[in-house]
Design a protein around this ligand. Structure first.
Ligand code: NDP
Length: 452
C-alpha cells in the first residue's frame, strides 16, 4: 500500500516530465497540475490506479492533428491560418469538444481544453470522450463571406478526422451558430452524406437541439444554485457579476434573471459594462448576436443606469456571486482578493479555467463556494450529447424535455462532486470532487480496455 505522500511525489515527478515533454505549453501544464495535484487520495486508496502507465497514457493525447488553413479575404489576398484538432481520450465514447477560433489559439491551449474536456465529459455520465480543436483565425471584423470561406477551408482538412462515431466537434469562443452552419455545409458537400451527428450546435431547423445555445450558461447557474443551497441560500435577490458577452455569458445572465438574481455586468476584450438595474438582455443580444458590436454600445444605448469602463476589471464590482464566462486566467489573485473583500459567496466557472490557481486557493481559503468549469459548465457538452442522441434517433425533443434533462444532469454532477470530495476527505472542495469523480470513470474504462 503506497501512502498519500509517496503517491503525491510520483505525481509530482510526472508533472515535471509533462513540462519537459510539452515545452512552451503553459496552459496545458496548468491544467495538468490542477488535476494531478488532487488525485493523490484516490490513487493511494485504489492500487489499480497506480498501475504504471495509466496516468502517463491519460496525459498524452491519442492523436493530435495540425494543418494549414489557406483562405482568401474580400480583397483577394491569400491568408494562412493554422488548424488544430486534439483527440485526447476516447475510452468513454467518440471524442467530443468544441472548436475555438481566436488569435490566441495554439497547440498548448487546445491541449489544455482537450484535457479538461475528458473529465468534464466523464462527469456528465454520458458516453463521450474528450477532444478539442480550433484555429488562430480571428473572426472579429471579418465579413460573412470571409468567415464562410475560412470555415470551408478548415473543414476541407478536418472532415477526414471526424465523424458521428469518431469525433464530434461543436462551438466555443468565436464559433457559434453561423460557423457551425458553414462547417456542416462543407462536411455534407465533401462527404455527400447527411450525417447530422457529426457536429453539434446546429440550427434548430436542421438537426440542432433546442436549448443547446442556452445550455452552458443555464447549466452553470443551476450549478451555482446547487452550491448556494448547500449554504442554505438561494439565488433570489443576489447580485451577480458576469464576465464576457458571448454565448455563455448571455445565457448565464438570462438564467440568473429568471431565478430572481440581479446580473449587473458583462464585458468583452474592450472593457466592461455595469448596469445597476440589471443587464437588459434584449439590448445585449441585439448588439452582440445581431450587430456583432462591442459592449460600449450597450452603455451608450441603455441610458443612465449603465456605464462602460474601458479596460478595467469586472471583478471590482461588488457582488454575491461571480460567474466568469469569457476566457482562461481572467480572474487572478488580485481579483479574487477584491471579490472576497466585497463579500462574494460563490464563484462558478462558465468559462474553461478562468480562475488562476492562486485565485482558486484564495477563494477556497476564504470559504467561498468554488465551482470549477469542468463541473459547472458541463451543461453545454451534456446537451450536445443529447443533440447527438436526437440525431441518431432522427427525432427532436421539446425544449421542456431538454431543459429537464439538463437540470437532472447538473444536479447529478453537483451531487457527485460534493459526495466524492467528502469521501476523499475534502468536504466542500468541488475541485477535488470533480477531478476525482471524472478521473475514476475514465480510468476504470481505460483499465478495462487494456494498454492502448
Ligand atoms: P463567445 O465567443 O461566444 O464569447 C466569448 C466572450 O469572451 C466574448 O465576450 C469575448 O470578447 C470574451 N473574450 C474571449 N477571449 C477574451 C480575451 N482573451 N480577453 C477578454 N475577453 C475575451 O464564446 P463562448 O461564450 O462560447 O465561450 C466563453 C467561455 O466558455 C470559453 O472559455 C469557452 O471555452 C467556455 N465554454 C463554452 C461552451 C459553449 O457551449 N459555448 C461550453 C463550455 C465552456 P471579445 O469578443 O472582445 O473577444
Amino acid at each position: 500500500m503506497t501512502t498519500r505522500s509517496e503517491t503525491q511525489s510520483t505525481l509530482d515527478h510526472l508533472l515535471t516530465e509533462i513540462e519537459h515533454r510539452n515545452p512552451a505549453q503553459p496552459e496545458f501544464h496548468q491544467a495538468a497540475h490542477e488535476v494531478l495535484e488532487t488525485l493523490a487520495p484516490v490513487v493511494a486508496a485504489r492500487p489499480e490506479y497506480a498501475e504504471p502507465g495509466l496516468i502517463e497514457r491519460l496525459v498524452e493525447p491519442e492523436r493530435q492533428v495540425m494543418f494549414r488553413v489557406p483562405w482568401q479575404d474580400d480583397q483577394g489576398r491569400v491568408r494562412v491560418n493554422r488548424g488544430f484538432r486534439v483527440e485526447f481520450n476516447s475510452a468513454l465514447g467518440p471524442y467530443k469538444g468544441g472548436l475555438r477560433f481566436h488569435p490566441s489559439v495554439n497547440l498548448g491551449v487546445i491541449k489544455f481544453l482537450g484535457f479538461e474536456q475528458i473529465f468534464k465529459n466523464a462527469l456528465t455520465g454520458l458516453g463521450i470522450g474528450g477532444g478539442k480543436g480550433g484555429s488562430d483565425f480571428d473572426p472579429h471584423g471579418r465579413s460573412d463571406a470571409e468567415v464562410m470561406r475560412f470555415c470551408q477551408s478548415f473543414m476541407t482538412e478536418l472532415y477526414r478526422h471526424i465523424g458521428e462515431h469518431t469525433d464530434v466537434p461543436a462551438g466555443d469562443i468565436g464559433v457559434g451558430g453561423r460557423e457551425i452552419g458553414y462547417l456542416f455545409g462543407q462536411y455534407r458537400r465533401i462527404t455527400n452524406r447527411w450525417e447530422s451527428g457529426v457536429l453539434t450546435g446546429k440550427g434548430r431547423g436542421w438537426g440542432g437541439s433546442l436549448i443547446r445555445p442556452e445550455a452552458t450558461g443555464y447549466g452553470n447557474v443551476l450549478f451555482a444554485a446547487a452550491m448556494m443551497r448547500e449554504r442554505g441560500e438561494d439565488l433570489e435577490g443576489q447580485t451577480a457579476v458576469v464576465s464576457g458577452s458571448g454565448n455563455v455569458a448571455i445565457y448565464t445572465i438570462e438564467k440568473l434573471t429568471a431565478l430572481g438574481a440581479n446580473a449587473v455586468t458583462c464585458s468583452d476584450s474592450s472593457g466592461y459594462v455595469v448596469d445597476e438595474k440589471g443587464i437588459d438582455l434584449d439590448l445585449l443580444k441585439q448588439i452582440k448576436e445581431v450587430e456583432r458590436g462591442r459592449v460600449d454600445a450597450y452603455a451608450e444605448r441603455r441610458g443612465a443606469s449603465a456605464r462602460f469602463v474601458p479596460g478595467g476589471s469586472v471583478w471590482d464590482v461588488p457582488a454575491d456571486l461571480a460567474l466568469p464566462s469569457a476566457t482562461q486566467n481572467e480572474l487572478d489573485e488580485n481579483a479574487a482578493a477584491t471579490l472576497i473583500r466585497n463579500g462574494v459567496k460563490a464563484v462558478s466557472e462558465g468559462a474553461n479555467m478562468p480562475t488562476t490557481p492562486e485565485a482558486v486557493h484564495l477563494l477556497q481559503q476564504a470559504g467561498v463556494a468554488f465551482g470549477p468549469g469542468k463541473a459547472a459548465n458541463a451543461g453545454g457538452v451534456a446537451v450536445s450529447a443529447l443533440e447527438m442522441a436526437q440525431n441518431h434517433a432522427r427525432t427532436s425533443w421539446t425544449a421542456a424535455r431538454v431543459e429537464e434533462e439538463l437540470a437532472d444532469i447538473m444536479t447529478s454532477i453537483h451531487t457527485t462532486c460534493h459526495e466524492t470530495a467528502e469521501r476523499y476527505g475534502a468536504p466542500g472542495d468541488y475541485v477535488t470532487g470533480a477531478n476525482i469523480a471524472g478521473f475514476e470513470r475514465v480510468a476504470d474504462a481505460m483499465l478495462a480496455q487494456g494498454v492502448i
